[in-house]
Design a protein around this ligand. Structure first.
Ligand SMILES: *[C@@H]1O[C@H](CO)[C@@H](O)[C@H](O)[C@H]1NC(C)=O
Ligand SMILES: *[C@@H]1O[C@H](CO)[C@@H](O)[C@H](O)[C@H]1NC(C)=O
Ligand SMILES: *[C@@H]1O[C@H](CO)[C@@H](O)[C@H](O)[C@H]1NC(C)=O
Ligand SMILES: *[C@@H]1O[C@H](CO)[C@@H](O)[C@H](O)[C@H]1NC(C)=O
Length: 527
């Protein structure tokens, strides 16, 4: 019965997309000719820089991408590629032309990711404003190649003009609830690039563990990690992640969530957390960061000075969600401070007091910040360029929140409908796909403040064993919603392309779970 229901919903589930036409996420414009294509041969094909390009050999971002995509095209699939019909012309070189210099920098929120790709027997050219845009074009190129029954790789005559709808297309990984080995993070970055996602939001520490190895406060991970030797991210690990991401045009935004979600900080920094009271005596339990001590702000200043230097992105995520006030309420010193400050019993005011001081600290290091929605909900005074991250799951509530945040003039990121750690029987990618981030009441100016969104993969029930299948291809639904034109909404078309894309992920060695009944030409581990 369940299957019948799904079949009615998606009447075309058993069809395959036409060869040469399946790209995920769907480009803004893609035109195809049945005639005028060519074949690719592993021994003859190469990527090269066009004469007009402002970047050339020695540009690590592109040199390495050329190598990666050559491997993905020819080595990740079956090696016994045939030669096809000899009457089909061979395409031997894709020329890449980048207008702006800049191979050594980092992608930013303002980086152009536009590209244009023309493929035909006469000409193969990829043009882009920036190296980051050319990376998006190379991914599209790799998806356009398809393998005929004879084993030959073909390209149809195709023109793609493409750019993202939203500039911030993120994925959150949580490395505190479970430690994710470096390899799992790097593989996730690879698949993010296949999906044209461009922000890795690294929720690196939280209540259960503190795996970030700090230079200024080494005790934080020494006492707060699950294991201070094996379950930590060293400075070199963090550099590896940032560089792996950079080479794929992905920004890394770290999150050091405070004042709540800080249980693991306590052992390494005694005095940082608030002692909770049972009656007149400390109960031995600790609550959020203690906001009334000067030492707290000295610690934060030192830690965020380091974090600002280690993570090159302009933005830091400062968290600020789910602060539990019961411990603050129980503590007599905090009560005294509340009276002195005239806060009464309004603990959101105390939270605001803390967050404002923290924001001043982070601003002084020339960084911008992202905060979870409570910071806005609790009316904390923030800088006008703050980004508010909408996450609260209460059914149907997020459009209202989007309207309120943008009405107040803040930029906003959407995650509420994209908590992919939640799973359910059936095709739950559909709900994520159907989301329309701009479907809230507001002016065009308000809509323009929506800079994108993030798929979230919280780690309570996720570690390296199930990360990939839970993420992929489900996070692809979010990736297409954030990249493609608003009008790209057909479930039947999306199903075909996503199922096809998922099969391609298998050829690239990714354990992406199936959408529904069916098969791939090459099953996982059968290559
Ligand atoms: C791509 O070209 C092949 C022939 O090489 C053709 O059969 C196919 O229909 C073309 N795809 C599209 C979408 O036109
Ligand atoms: C690039 O310039 C070289 C030398 O001027 C020339 O031989 C070559 O044909 C040019 N290539 C393209 C693709 O225009
Ligand atoms: C904390 O700092 C403020 C401002 O610098 C100062 O007035 C206050 O006396 C300090 N409090 C303590 C307990 O050191
Ligand atoms: C999105 O698609 C619609 C309908 O095809 C088109 O009118 C609109 O211009 C497209 N938007 C962009 C940004 O290309």
């Amino acid at each position: 019965m369940m299957a019948g229901l799904l079949l009615r919903l998606l009447p075309l589930v058993l069809l395959s997309p036409e060869p040469g036409a399946a790209v995920w996420p769907q480009p803004q414009s893609l035109s195809l000719d049945a005639e005028g294509g060519c074949r690719l041969s592993a021994s003859r094909f190469r990527f090269g820089y066009a004469n007009s390009s402002a970047v050339g050999p020695g540009c690590a971002v592109l040199d390495e991408a050329f190598q990666r995509y050559w491997e993905l095209l020819f080595h990740s699939r079956r090696r016994d590629a045939g030669n096809g019909h000899s009457e089909d012309p061979l395409c031997t070189e894709l020329f890449v032309s980048v207008a702006e210099q800049g191979c050594d920098g980092y992608p930013s929120m303002d980086s152009s990711e536009n590209y244009k790709l023309t493929v035909s027997a006469e000409q193969m050219l990829l043009t882009a404003d920036t190296v980051w845009g050319s990376l998006r074009g190379l991914e599209t190129f790799s998806q356009l190649a398809w393998r005929g029954d004879d084993g030959t790789f073909y390209l149809n005559k195709t023109t793609v003009v493409d750019f993202p709808r939203f500039r911030h297309r993120g994925l959150l990984l949580d490395t505190s609830r479970h430690y994710l080995p470096l390899k799992a993070i790097l593989e996730t970055l690879d698949v993010m690039a296949y999906n044209k996602l461009n922000v890795f939001h690294w929720h690196i520490v939280d209540d259960p563990s503190f795996p970030y190895e700090s230079m200024v406060f080494p005790d934080l991970s020494w006492k707060g990690a699950y294991n201070p030797v094996t379950h930590v991210y060293t400075a070199s690990d963090v550099k590896t992640v940032i560089e792996h991401a950079r080479l794929r045009g992905i920004r890394v935004i770290s999150e050091f969530d405070t004042p709540g979600h800080t249980h693991s900080w306590g052992a390494g920094l005694p005095g940082l957390l608030t002692p909770c009271y049972a009656g007149l005596k400390p109960s031995g339990v600790y609550g959020p960061v203690n906001p009334i001590l000067n030492t707290t702000y000295q610690v934060m200043a030192k830690l965020f000075e380091e974090v600002s230097a280690v993570f090159p992105d302009f933005y830091i995520h400062l968290g600020g969600d789910e602060v539990d006030f019961t411990c603050w309420k129980s503590n007599p010193e905090i009560q005294t401070f509340m009276q002195k400050m005239g806060f009464g019993q309004d603990f959101t005011k105390l939270e605001s007091f803390y967050i404002q001081k923290l924001l001043d600290i982070v601003s002084s290091y020339n960084k911008g910040y992202v905060v979870w929605q409570e910071v806005f909900d609790n009316a904390v005074k923030v800088r006008p360029d703050t980004i508010v991250h909408v996450w609260k799951l209460s059914a149907g509530a997020y459009p209202k929140e989007m309207a309120q945040v943008t009405k107040a003039g803040y930029r906003v990121l959407l995650s509420a409908p994209w908590y992919l750690n939640y799973i359910s029987y059936g095709q739950d990618w559909i709900a994520a796909y159907r989301v329309e981030p701009l479907a809230f009441e507001g002016s065009p100016e308000q809509k323009a403040l929506v800079i994108g969104g993030e798929a979230c993969m919280w780690g309570e029930y996720v570690d390296a064993t199930n990360l990939s299948p839970r993420l992929w291809p489900r996070a692809g639904a979010v990736a297409e919603r954030l990249w493609s034109n608003q009008t790209v909404r057909s479930l039947a078309d999306a199903y075909m392309r996503l199922a096809d894309f998922r099969c391609m992920l298998l050829t690239r060695g990714i354990r992406a779970e199936p959408l529904f009944t069916g098969h791939c030409d090459y099953e996982f581990n059968a290559l």
